[in-house]
Design a protein around this ligand. Sequence first.
Ligand SMILES: Nc1ncnc2c1ncn2[C@@H]1O[C@H](COP(=O)(O)OP(=O)(O)O)[C@@H](O)[C@H]1O
Ligand SMILES: [Mg+2]
Length: 339
Amino acid sequence: MERRRKVGVIMGGPSAERDVSLRTGEGVAKALEERGHSVARVVFSTGDVLPELIKASRIEVAFLALHGRGGEDGCVQGMLELLGIPYTGSGVLASALAMDKLKAKEMFRLHNVPTPPYYVATDADLTDLEEVHGSFGFPVIVKPRGEGSSVGVTKAHNLAELASGIEKALAHDACALVERFIPAMEVHVGLLDGRVLGAIEVVPKSGLYDYHSKYTAGATEYICPPRLPSTRARGVMTLAERAAKALGCTGACRVDVLVTEGENEYVLEVNTLPGMTPTSLLPKIAASAGIDYGALCEAILEGATLRAGLRPAVRPAAASHVSLHDVEESEPISAVKVG
Ligand SMILES: Nc1ncnc2c1ncn2[C@@H]1O[C@H](COP(=O)(O)OP(=O)(O)O)[C@@H](O)[C@H]1O
Ligand SMILES: [Mg+2]
């Protein structure tokens, strides 16, 4: 029997989504252990040097349970490429594009994927906001260019709220996105390796799927499958597929879509490392497709690969990361999948 690779579940990190990441990581680690994998919990905390942590853990494949900046944005992916350690989820470029809401929207526009109209606001715009906002109208949604979990997201109905919303967003990023508020049903579509698993309707009681609605028990109702006629549901799923493809996303991802009462659909974003606590949306979507939590974790792990196409000689670890660890086992290097 083929020896199973030692899996490192990488969690924690410096982002605002650290707590979610720790819960995702623990859920995944437990599920993989229950399925017979040898698992190391690699908990990344302030002051840690992640490559050193990974080196010390002697892992052969990385299951990324990080969220937000530094974990979901291509940085960790690039480091693992250089170390020669296959990892789950999207590659460097797709991760970076998806995390940057402005760049993602530019790619959506390029690929004819509808996304809400928007403009970019910085500190400098606050002095002359009325002119900058012009005839854009209200209400609007203000969000930082690159965060997740609805950190720093607000709804503004007038100039005063817009100014404070932009200030709030700028506490997280040098750049804020001001988007037209779209009154719509919210549907999140789960994808695995480019294939739609299913979708879930998200109904926040407050009307906005903000941090509170996301992480407070009972604050949001989830309906799976979404209450949509089947042709419309298929259209939403196809749109989600196109959005993920526009950014080049692979592995498991979740696409947030707004579905209006009329004929319009808008993609908000693609989450390249979606929450994977046992009660997160992607596991809920997978369950509705008959895939339980453990099987989903296993399927995501199976897709772990290197994506940048670096030749081993380019990487500092000469032959492969295995040599970094001074491992004495005679496991052939070819056991590390280079894709
Ligand atoms: N343009 C918009 N119109 C209506 N609701 C929005 C809009 N943008 C964001 N939202 C609401 O805010 C939530 C968070 O926004 P999103 O762009 O998905 O950022 P995050 O990365 O924080 O999840 C969405 O799930 C949705 O409920
Ligand atoms: Mg979102």
